[in-house]
Write a protein that binds this ligand. Structure first.
Ligand code: FAD
Length: 301
């Protein structure tokens, strides 16, 4: 079910967005799969999305090293098949400094020069060992001490506040630690309320923190999964979106169509304010991101 009058208005606005601003940098995130079929589908998705000439792809890392080999293999296959630079994520909890050092060495040897540096969430039953890095700022400092300025380091940002942070101020202080340790830019947790992102930017400006902060964009395709993710990571689904998604029940076509409209409109508003880029959480599916990119009028190669 389309919202009446939505698309004509949107197309007009888009022309303005694209005409007034420099082209934005886009990037797409994948996760390593466990099966050969999953890996093939991932490469197909990456090939489909490479038409939008993203600045980079990225591949997540299972905290505790569960995807140590899978992340590397996926980074290399994606990069080889698409010729788009691909950045591994690296989380520090559950990996020893020696394991992290070895991975950094391999990535550098493979010509990879961008990394997404995270704390990760410690898998249940796993404890810290002495000497382990406990926060992302320590990982950023470690990468810098091991590899100098070789890597462009991305870190995570939380416009709606990290779920474990006691206050927004403390979370901002901790974000500053990552920047001071040497992060070059940041990608946000996904959000559906752009005010939280713009307020976050204002707070950074007051703190004289100047790195680019790229909004993370989550396409909406499955309400149950989205609600589960959002509860875990502290991203808020506004009531009106939640209610509409609930009302669609098992009607996946309507959920997808509504989700595409909502997220297109969110991106449109962000682009109109001159965001430095958009980072899409693909969940390894090209289609939902392609729909949004096409709605936004992104050129294809
Ligand atoms: P931190 O920056 O270390 O922050 C975590 C918490 O600790 C915050 O509450 C912060 O305020 C606090 N804190 C930070 N530094 C300090 C300090 N020095 N002293 C005291 N408190 C501190 N997870 C994965 O496992 N693999 C991935 O590939 C992955 N990719 C992600 C990509 C993006 C773009 C984002 C936004 C998240 C990703 N995550 C991933 C999830 C991330 O690991 C979790 O959100 C995790 O809980 C926090 O990671 P962080 O790097 O933000 O940690």
């Amino acid at each position: 079910m389309l919202w009446p009058g939505f698309w004509p208005h949107q197309k007009t606005m888009l022309v303005n967005v694209m005409a007034n601003n420099d082209p934005v940098s886009i990037s797409f995130e994948f996760f390593p799969t466990r099966t050969a079929e999953g890996a093939r589908k991932l490469v197909d998705s990456a090939l489909g999305l490479s038409r939008y000439q993203p600045e980079f792809f990225s591949v997540t890392y299972g905290a505790g090293g569960s995807t140590r080999d899978g992340t590397l293999a996926t980074v290399l296959s994606t990069q080889n098949e698409t010729s788009i630079a691909t950045a591994p994520h690296l989380s520090c909890v559950g990996d020893s400094p020696e394991q992290l050092r070895e991975l950094l060495h391999v990535y550098r040897q493979q010509g990879i020069d961008r990394i997404v540096a995270l704390r990760g969430d410690l898998p249940s039953g796993m404890g810290y060992e002495r000497g382990d890095l406990r926060h992302a700022n320590e990982l950023v400092a470690f990468i810098r001490s091991e590899t100098g300025s070789h890597f462009h380091i991305e870190v995570a940002a939380y416009p709606e506040v990290h779920p474990q942070a006691p206050t927004m101020d403390r979370d901002l202080e901790n974000f500053r630690r990552k920047v001071e340790a040497g992060a070059n830019s940041a990608i946000t947790q996904y959000f559906f309320n752009p005010d939280s992102y713009f307020y976050f930017l204002e707070r950074l400006q007051c703190l004289d923190i100047k790195i680019p902060v790229v909004p993370g964009i989550m396409p909406i395709t499955n309400y149950t999964r989205l609600a589960r993710f959002s509860d875990a990571c502290g991203a808020e689904i506004p009531r009106w979106i939640r209610k509409q998604l609930e009302a669609y029940g098992d009607d996946t076509d309507s959920i997808r169509q509504f989700g595409t409209e909502v997220v297109t409109r969110l991106c449109e508003g962000l682009l109109a304010e001159g965001v430095p880029g958009l980072h899409f959480y693909t969940l390894n599916q090209a289609g939902p991101c392609q729909d949004i990119c096409d709605n936004l009028g992104f050129p294809v190669a």
